[in-house]
Design a protein around this ligand. Sequence first.
Ligand code: ADP
Length: 504
Amino acid sequence: MTDTERKYVLAIDQGTTSSRTILFNHAGEVVSVGQLEHEQIFPHAGWVEHNPNEIWDNVRQTVGMALGGAEANHHEVAAVGITNQRETTIIWDRATGEPVYNAIVWQDTRSQDLVDRLAADGGPDRFRSTVGETLSTYASITKIMWILENVPGVRERAERGELAFGNPDTWLIWNITGGPEGGVHVTDVTNASRTMLMDLRTLQWREDICEIAGIPTSLLPEIRSSSEVYGYGRQTGLLPGKPIAGDLGDQQAATFGQACFQPGMAKNTYGTGCFMLMNTGTEPVFSDNGLLTTVAYKIGDQPAVYALEGSIAVAGSLVQWLRDNLGMIVKSSDIGELASTVEDNGGVYFVPAFSGLFAPHWDMTARGAIVGLTRYVQKSHIIRATLESICYQTRDVIDAMQKDSGVNLTSLKVDGGAVKNDLLMQMQADILGVEVVRPVVNETTALGAAYAAGLAVGFWKDENEIRANWAVDRKFASLSLPEKREKMYAGWKKAVEKSRGWTE
Ligand code: ADP
């Protein structure tokens, strides 16, 4: 069988709460899924860890589940793609494969002191024009530093070249391709762009930043494109001889799976929070409006494509908060129906600045506020204002992206758990004044990794074939009149001002 005759591409999605393996067919449809959750380890307030060995065990099992679910033999798999939680940091021994410490997860804030130390000389933006983001505890850089400085013996072993660093993509590819027996130590440009150690223009590690951080460059994987054959599954594993050929961080994979191949195309993922990425083309655009610059993807030896990224901390979780903390709804799925019992928000705005305002406002003194209350207001108005807040926050980020890039958004592609809510999607189109498009396949993250892998081995010919696969479930045209839309949005901006400065 040649790669183009094989039936499937296998995608591994190593996420924050679970690992999943999905088999996709040539039409880009989900054929089977295997999924297992792993333990969330919280040793202290603000610390979040995962056990890398548990993740590797789970991934192997989910591969078995997905193959079993489709009654597929590995011979029918053309290629393997990986997508992963970004920034999460693992360091292990090259000779034994044993991690020297648990994975430090992207949400973990233990390295704030190290962030402050780096920022003391040159400020939090000292590396931004090179790496695309402001110093924070999210990026891998201070997580690596923390392990080097706090786990006994690790610095010496690192300096002797005995250890390897990677995000979960790198850890999995190394293990799948042989581990201590010849495993390849690689990452892709999108994952590397979240370490704060890679130069966005040259796509190489910055030795000067590594030196400032005290990180031996021998720890670092080789940076490769997002779509090429990195290595082959070990003969004794579940994927013997299979090309491992796609690697993208989760949000970039979703952007790729949504076929956002042209500048100005954007996707928004509506989950616990929202993650929005806009393709800005082959030159990095640096934000004046609090967004970060990242690599969106790089296909083989073609030029890298960049994106602006903005995230919203509280989105779907606000629906959970109404349910669990206020008891205003019984099930998340009830919210659409309750919100449609009223025609509008009745003048109510809900700013969910539970831990400050993020992109593009960046005001950590803000706190949540429900404003515009009158004797007229009913429970359903507040419920409606809850859904609207997700849409207004999205508009804030998109407006910033348009300002930074000078590109006008023509339509927004959406995915994630909350997009099944038709009212939310219609409100989003009305508040943006652009069309919102929901695809048939909501598994865009895994699909993006599958596409990257399939392209590398010729399972899919080119981006056109992927574009053709991308099928619309429903389009939501913007029905609002510009004047009304801007009046509503002005109300939101006023509400945001009211939420500011609540804490010191
Ligand atoms: P994550 O991947 O971040 O865990 P998901 O993509 O699974 O999240 O989306 C789950 C989120 O979507 C939850 O926060 C939930 O409250 C929200 N959600 C689920 N159903 C609806 C709905 N009908 N309307 C609005 N939000 C919803």
